[in-house]
Design a protein around this ligand. Structure first.
Ligand SMILES: Cc1cc2nc3c(=O)[nH]c(=O)nc-3n(C[C@H](O)[C@H](O)[C@H](O)COP(=O)(O)OP(=O)(O)OC[C@H]3O[C@@H](n4cnc5c(N)ncnc54)[C@H](O)[C@@H]3O)c2cc1C
Length: 399
């Protein structure tokens, strides 16, 4: 059994931020990270963006060790024993702690029928695998029209691959964008050479030598219901990794449930990042956010709290993505089922989309409009009520 003052389970983006947070308060206390991946903490966003545009792989590493954290990579924590302040790994190793942070992130949803050939894209290991496939293959199927699917489809197409993008919904990003924008994106991707197949459900993936055959059903299925490719990437969303927490008796509510101080139902154990759900004061509800800004800000706050400087986590995280030459930043709840007010400067190319509930702005999408995240946060914090006409021109592009 090895003892560490601060122990972090999970070696992802949030854990690196937690180490920084601890170090702001405690310059020398002993920190360890136990992480399932073989790689040290790194930035995930470049895996589907910059690395496909020529950025070097070296740029992704955080260098968390240089802040004096001891890394135990390649270890999966199998159990947490809160009574004895101890965690146990799959291989039998165990660690004791004074303060514990669960930063276990999320795991990609998988096809039930995959034999291991599909890349369920999440890690740098998945990136390396897809790169190797892209070295030899020419035609790729990308399944899922959300963040990962849309980014990987663009990345592969930009690298000269033939891409078939399949998803059951009507449009790319249909869970966050209003329907007209989402349909525009289907056409935009087609213009970029991607074969976009909305309304297509993949029911099986069969492998024969180096080739894969996808069985496809639904209105968007091709004639014959088959797509044959050299590689398959899936972006089907993630499930938060909560099983350790629930087995340890910690409260779980769409994620490991924490309070404003990021404490689980056992106050000496904290949780943060994609795995954790927290009460958002400004949104007035418990949320779980699967984005970088949240992983960083919440991880840092958790680290500071572990080292004895707790403060309520009031940050409203933003997120962003790039879709070929289009890009956006967004804040709050982007749910197209809310009342949507679109203020386009140039239809679907540049503008701001507001998402309202009961006259309050709950989310803002800044579409090719930059440096307006703070203005969006301020608007979301305002009581309103807002009418459509109040919002036109409210957040404008500085340019
Ligand atoms: C390809 C890709 C692109 C992205 N692009 C963007 C973007 O453009 N913008 C944006 O805002 N967000 C983006 N994200 C999301 C962002 O990366 C995540 O929000 C962030 O990584 C969450 O950090 P985390 O530390 O909570 O979880 P993770 O980074 O997932 O780290 C969790 C770690 O915990 C480990 N772990 C889990 N269980 C155990 C266990 N029992 N024992 C030991 N270790 C365990 C996992 O192996 C993993 O390494 C992207 C994500 C991906 C995958």
């Amino acid at each position: 059994v090895t003892h560490h003052r601060y122990l972090i389970v999970g070696g992802g983006m949030c854990s690196d931020a937690a180490v920084r947070g601890i170090r702001e308060v405690d310059p020398s206390g002993d920190i360890a990270i136990v992480g399932a991946e073989a790689d040290p903490p790194y930035k995930r966003p470049p895996l589907s963006k910059g690395l496909w545009k020529g950025d070097p792989l070296e740029k992704i590493w955080y260098g968390t060790e240089s802040r004096g954290a001891r890394l135990y990579p390649g270890r999966t924590v199998a159990a947490v024993d809160p009574v004895h302040g101890r965690v146990e790994c799959d291989g039998g190793e165990s660690f004791t702690y004074e303060r514990l942070l669960l930063a276990t992130g999320g795991s990609p949803r998988r096809f039930p029928f995959d034999d291991g050939g599909v890349v369920h894209f999440r890690t740098v290991a998945d990136y390396r695998r897809l790169r190797a496939l892209a070295e030899r293959g020419k035609r790729f199927a990308v399944v899922g029209g959300g963040f990962i699917g849309s980014e990987i489809a663009a990345a592969l197409a930009t690298n000269g691959k033939e891409v078939v993008l399949l998803f059951p919904g009507e449009g790319i990003g249909g869970r966050v964008f209003p329907p007209d924008l989402s349909r525009f994106l289907n056409d935009y991707y087609r213009e970029k050479g991607v074969e976009v197949r909305p309304g297509a459900s993949v029911t099986a993936v069969e492998r024969e030598g180096e080739a894969f055959t996808l069985r496809v059903e639904g209105a968007g299925a091709p004639d014959g219901g088959k797509v044959v490719v050299d590689g398959v990437v899936a972006g089907l969303g993630i499930e938060p990794n909560v099983s350790l927490a629930s087995a340890a008796g910690l409260a779980v509510d769409n994620g490991i449930a924490v309070d404003e101080f990021l404490r689980t139902s056992r106050p000496e154990i904290l949780a943060a990042g994609d795995a954790a759900s927290f009460p958002s004061r400004v949104l007035g509800k418990r949320v779980r956010v699967e984005h970088e800004d949240n992983a960083k800000a919440m991880g840092k706050a958790a680290g500071r709290a572990m080292a004895g400087a707790p403060e309520p986590y009031l940050h409203l995280p933003f997120f962003y993505s790039d879709l070929f030459d289009l890009g956006y930043e967004a804040v709050g709840e982007l749910d197209p089922r809310l009342d949507v007010v679109a203020d386009w400067r140039e239809p679907f190319r540049k503008g701001v989309v507001y998402y309202l509930r009961d006259g309050r702005v709950r989310g803002v999408l800044l579409w090719n409009v930059w440096e307006r995240v703070e203005a969006a946060r301020t608007l979301i914090a305002e009581a309103g009520p807002f009418r459509r006409e109040d919002l036109f021109g409210r957040i404008t592009d500085p340019a």
